[in-house]
Write a protein that binds this ligand. Structure first.
Ligand code: GMT
Length: 378
C-alpha cells in the first residue's frame, strides 16, 4: 500500500505512535509518506520505504497567522496525486484529519475520475478531551470525525468519550498504543548511574511533555514525601509549559540534588532500565504510552484511575492506580514498591509480560487490516 501519515512532530505520544507505526509499516514493505512541519521526533535515520515531505508555510505580510492547515492540505493533495496514496492516516483530529479532508476535496475538484485515498483518523486524547471540549472548536472536530472514512481511538475510554461528546455517524474502532519489546526491554547499565551521579539509591521516573494534564506538581510532591523515607532520585524526562513551576517547587522543597531535569530525550530505554517506579499522576490520559514503555522495561507504574490506564494496568499486579490528586495514596504505593523487593520483582515481571500483549507487530497488523477494510468499502 501507499500510505500517507500526518502527525505532530513534537515530543508526545501521538507523534511517537505515528512514527513507530510508519516505521513498522515501511518494514513490512509499504511505502510510507510522512507530512509535517518537521520530521516526527521518533522517526530516526533514513530507512527504505519512508519518505518525509516537509510542509512549507506561505509567509505573506497580510496573513497574521501562517496557514499551516492549508499548506498541509496542499502538500497531502500533491503527494497523494503523484504517489497514488491509497490511505492517508491522520493522527490527531485537527488539523491533520481536516487538512486531509480538504486535500481530498482538492483532488476531486481537480480530476473527477481520480480514485481518491481513504482517510483514516486516529484520535489520541487531547484532540477530543481538551481541543474538542472547547466550544469554539467543537464543530471543527465533529467535522473531522464525520468526514473521515474510518476513525480509531487508542482506548475504550477515548471511544466512549468521543461517542458521548460527538455521537459520530460511524462506528469507532479501538486500536491501543503499542511497544516494540525488541527495543524496549530492561538492560541496566552501571555507567548510566555514574553519568547521572546516582549511587545505589532507588530511582523514580516520569516522561512527558509537561503539560498541565500531566500534573507535574503532584509528581514533585509525591517524590518529596517518598524521599523523606527512602534514599531516592527522581528523573524527569521531557519539557514543556509546567517545567518552570516544577523547578520552583523542587527548590522550595530543597530537593534540587535529588531531582534531575533531563530534557526531551529520545532514547529512554537506558533510563527506564535503571528505574524502579514510573510516576504518572495525570488527571486525564487517554492511554499513557510512556507507562506502557516503562512496563516493557520492567518498571511498575504508579498512576491514576484516569482514562485508559485501567485498560492495561491491573492494580497490585503492574503497579497501582489511585484517584487523581491523591498524593498521599500514590506516595504510599510508591513506597510499598520501593521497600518490598519481592513484590517489586513480581510486579516488574508481570509488567514485562503485560507489555507483550501490546507488541508493535500485533497492533500494526490491526492497522493494516483496518486500511484494507477501508479500501474494500465503496
Ligand atoms: O501528552 C502526550 O504524550 C501527547 C498526547 C497527545 O495528545 O498527542 O498523547 C496522547 O496520545 C498518546 C498516544 O496515543 C496517548 O498515549 C496519551 O495518553 C495521550 N495523552 C493524553 O490523553 C493526555
Amino acid at each position: 500500500m501507499n500510505i500517507g501519515i500526518s502527525c505532530h512532530h513534537t515530543y508526545g505520544g501521538s507523534g511517537a505512535i505515528a512514527a513507530e507505526l510508519g516505521k513498522a509499516l515501511a518494514g513490512k514493505g509499504h511505502s510510507v509518506h510522512f507530512f509535517g512541519q518537521a520530521a516526527p521526533f521518533r522517526l530516526g535515520a533514513f530507512s527504505r520505504n519512508i519518505f518525509y515531505h516537509e510542509v512549507e508555510v506561505t509567509h505573506y505580510p497580510m496573513f497574521d497567522a501562517p496557514f499551516y492547515s492549508l499548506a498541509l492540505a496542499a502538500k497531502i493533495a500533491e503527494v497523494a496525486f503523484y504517489e497514488k496514496l491509497d490511505v492517508v492516516h491522520a493522527h490527531y483530529a485537527i488539523p491533520h484529519a481536516l487538512s486531509a479532508m480538504l486535500a481530498r476535496q482538492m483532488l476531486e475538484d481537480k480530476c473527477a475520475e481520480l480514485k481518491c485515498f481513504k482517510l483514516a483518523t486516529t484520535l489520541h486524547g487531547t484532540d477530543i478531551t481538551v481541543v474538542g471540549a472547547d466550544r469554539g472548536m467543537e464543530d471543527v472536530v465533529r467535522l473531522a470525525i464525520n468526514k473521515s472514512d474510518g476513525v480509531t481511538t487508542v482506548s475504550g475510554y477515548l471511544k466512549d468519550e468521543t461517542v458521548r461528546m460527538f455521537t459520530p455517524r460511524k462506528e469507532i474502532t479501538v486500536i491501543p498504543n503499542f511497544v516494540d519489546t525488541s527495543l524496549f526491554f530492561r538492560s541496566p547499565r552501571n555507567e548510566i548511574r555514574e553519568q547521572l551521579g546516582i549511587g545505589r539509591e532507588k530511582i523514580l521516573i516520569h516522561i512527558s511533555n509537561f503539560r498541565p494534564v500531566k500534573c507535574i506538581g503532584d509528581i514533585i510532591r509525591i517524590f518529596y514525601a517518598v524521599s523523606q523515607r527512602v534514599n531516592a532520585t527522581l528523573l524527569l524526562v521531557g519539557d514543556g509549559p509546567e517545567r518552570s513551576e516544577a523547578e520552583i517547587l523542587v527548590r522550595q522543597f530543597g530537593i534540587v540534588d535529588r531531582v534531575k531535569f533531563l530534557g526531551k530525550l529520545v532514547d529512554i530505554v537506558p533510563l527506564l532500565s535503571i528505574a524502579d517506579v514510573m510516576l504518572m499522576p495525570s488527571n486525564a490520559e487517554s492511554f499513557g504510552l510512556a507507562a506502557l514503555e516503562a512496563m516493557a522495561c520492567g518498571v511498575p507504574v504508579v498512576a491514576t484511575m484516569a482514562g485508559g490506564f485501567p485498560e492495561f494496568i491491573v492494580p497490585g499486579r503492574h503497579g497501582y492506580l489511585l484517584s487523581p490528586g491523591d498524593i498521599e495514596g500514590m506516595t504510599e504505593k510508591a513506597l510499598l514498591l520501593l521497600s518490598d523487593q519481592d513484590h517489586w520483582l513480581e510486579c516488574s515481571k508481570a509488567c514485562i509480560e503485560q507489555a507483550k500483549c501490546y507488541e508493535t507487530t500485533l497492533l500494526v497488523e490491526q492497522y493494516e487490516a483496518y486500511y484494507t477494510m477501508l479500501l474494500a468499502e465503496p
